[in-house]
Design a protein. Structure first.
Length: 157
């Protein structure tokens, strides 16, 4: 799969959050986006640098999902941004990232690539949950490309 490795400084995302069972994420995550996107006008005047879908285990912040997951649908903003109303702000630490370009229907292929090709053949390990980055021209989830981004660290073994 088309991928690269990049370094990103710590960044923050403001958005709306939902929790739900991992097994039914394709039900509750799209509903969260449907609730979030029409409210983007509430963020007018903020410096927006990209659209993110961030994932975290319900128990351990920024850990990969287990049975229950948390998801933040939102936009990258300056780190000092404060949450307001029902908006949440998550801050991710600086990291190296594996970034895989895909369509939404290619998640199984992307995870197979990570677990069967990338990690066994490179000096890296996953270092947290995977996240989604949506380019500015992303409009059609059936055809447009997004990025699955996984923080990585050198393999200690």
């Amino acid at each position: 799969m088309n991928h690269d490795i990049l370094g990103l400084p710590s960044f923050s995302v403001i958005g709306l959050e939902a929790n739900g069972p991992t097994a039914s994420c394709f039900d509750w995550v799209p509903k969260l986006w449907a609730k979030t996107l029409p409210r983007a006008k509430e963020l007018e005047g903020m410096k927006i640098e990209g659209c993110w879908g961030l994932m975290s285990d319900s128990e351990t912040f920024l850990a990969p999902w287990k049975e229950q997951g948390r998801y933040l649908a939102g936009w990258q903003v300056p780190r000092e941004t404060e949450p307001f109303s029902d908006w949440k702000v998550w801050t991710l630490p600086a990291s190296a990232w594996l970034r895989i370009q895909l369509r939404l229907d290619q998640y199984d292929e992307a995870f197979s690539f990570m677990t069967q090709e990338f990690f066994p053949n490179n000096p890296w390990v996953a270092n947290g949950a995977c996240h989604e980055f949506y380019p500015n021209d992303f409009c059609n989830p059936k055809t447009d490309l997004l990025y699955c981004c996984v923080p990585i660290a050198p393999n200690p073994g």
